[in-house]
Design a protein around this ligand. Structure first.
Ligand code: URA
Length: 436
């Protein structure tokens, strides 16, 4: 078998066999197939696509390229949740304890933020002392004891995807639906969950900017899950404005705590109830999403979801008193208000611009090596549909030692992100579709 023949077959619109896909992925992982051939193949896939069978085979080959976590020692149906990434997306901070408090074991491996999107691990690390690093036996033991653990990816999970993703990033081949779907699902399959709930974001702050593309991506991922024997459901949720009000690590944890107390932002609470309901049904703890929703609401109201977050924080070495008193979380030394230049109604908030503004203040990483400041970020004062008068605060920048130039840049990004119209605005739906 030769890589050049496989590239040519795909270039001409052919369907690759399992053996051909395995040859490419394994050869690339071992360094036998060079970057230039893999790039040419990725570009051929970008233009010709792959069918569901090819996409499933690519997923499995990448999942098998490194360690595969066997969660079977943990009793129950393990349900994982994955978001395709957004701004202000702190759903895992809420969902992991919430779903665990309803009896679904959550053994979650999360990631760090890069660019305009944040990462769950950074958010959790704003709680003093909390560690996201632990070996597998401790990870399993913690899920056994308290029903939930959230850790960083340990070991060597999907090295083929890591290498291919880095290549796609520099060869303009990231935004291919079969390549994104196989990349995301290979990591989920290798992480060992029995069932998967995907939160596919759509809109200005998401990978997929249009609803049609988001649905196509969701279908591709659900198909892969079904082929590989993992019950998968995808929720298409709005990312045409940040989720909730806080963007930045400690600010988002604070909002997560509010949500677990029942006093969080309406959009965040609703998205968590929708995703959590799907997780409960897949986890066999509710017969349908109506029953699941009422179980979750009860766990919020009786304080058991919040208690589960405290148990998680304590088990991972963190200071649980910060959950009782979020004022003890890291806080920025200075606040700068960004004011509206005109009166009207908020029509849109470009989530990506807000994410970049938060990154400029130090909340996110420009490169993998960047140091982040857990205290800084942005708190929105206005969301889509709100009325605003001239000079009223749109958002507040929370900062420590950002240079004046960076503050000015962040301020103008926030102003650019807000679109104000004279007409009243009805906000877009929070969830557009559920793909099963
Ligand atoms: N996230 C991933 O993990 N992979 C992609 O290809 C795109 C987003």
């Amino acid at each position: 078998m030769r890589a050049v023949d496989i590239i040519q077959k795909k270039r001409d619109g052919g369907e690759l066999s399992r053996e051909e896909i395995a040859f490419l992925v394994q050869g690339y992982s071992r360094g036998e197939i060079p970057d230039y051939q893999m790039s040419a193949w990725a570009m051929a896939v970008y233009f010709q696509g792959m069918n569901a069978r090819e996409t499933g085979d690519l997923t499995l080959e990448m999942a098998m390229s490194g360690d595969q976590v066997d969660l079977s020692p943990i009793a129950g149906i393990k349900v994982d949740k994955h978001s395709t990434g957004g701004v202000g997306d702190k759903t895992t901070v809420v969902l992991a304890p919430l779903v665990a408090s309803a009896g679904v074991p959550v053994a979650k491996m999360s990631g760090r933020g890069l660019g305009h999107t944040g990462g769950t691990l950074d958010k959790l690390e704003s709680i003093s002392g909390l560690t996201v690093e632990m070996d597998q036996s401790r990870f399993f033991a913690q899920v056994g004891e308290i029903g939930v653990a959230v850790i960083g990816q340990s070991g060597n999970i999907t090295p083929a995807d890591k290498k291919l993703y880095a290549l796609r990033d520099v060869t303009a081949t990231v935004d291919s639906i079969p390549l994104i779907a196989s990349s995301v699902m290979s990591k989920k399959i290798a992480a060992g969950a029995d069932a998967i709930v995907l939160d596919v974001k759509t809109g200005s702050g998401a990978f997929m900017k249009t609803l049609n593309d988001s649905i196509a991506l969701a279908k591709a991922m659900v198909d892969i899950g079904t082929q590989l024997g993992r019950h998968t459901v995808a929720v298409i949720s709005d990312m045409d404005q940040p989720l909730g009000y806080g963007i930045g690590n400690a600010l988002e944890v604070r909002e997560g705590i509010d949500t677990l107390r029942g006093s969080g932002p309406a959009d965040l609470t609703e998205v968590c109830l929708i995703l959590g309901s799907q997780m409960l049904v897949l986890g066999g703890k509710a017969k349908d999403t109506d029953e699941a929703r009422s179980i979750l609401k009860a766990r919020l109201e009786d304080g058991s979801a919040l208690a589960k977050l405290k148990a998680l924080v304590t088990a991972q070495g963190g200071d649980a008193s910060q959950i009782d008193d979020p004022a003890k979380l890291p806080a920025a030394s200075r606040q700068v208000e960004v004011k509206a230049a005109a009166e009207g109604h908020i029509e849109a908030i470009q989530a990506e611009e807000i994410g970049i503004a938060a990154m400029l203040l130090g909340a996110g990483r420009e490169t993998k090596e960047s140091q982040i400041d857990l205290a800084v970020g942005i708190v929105l004062a206005k969301k889509v549909g709100d009325a605003v008068s001239e000079g009223e605060t749109l958002a507040v920048l929370h900062l420590n030692d950002a240079s004046e130039a960076k503050v000015k840049e962040a301020e103008s990004k926030v102003l650019e992100a807000y679109r104000i119209t004279s007409q009243p605005v009805t906000p877009a739906p929070l969830v557009y579709a559920i793909v099963t």
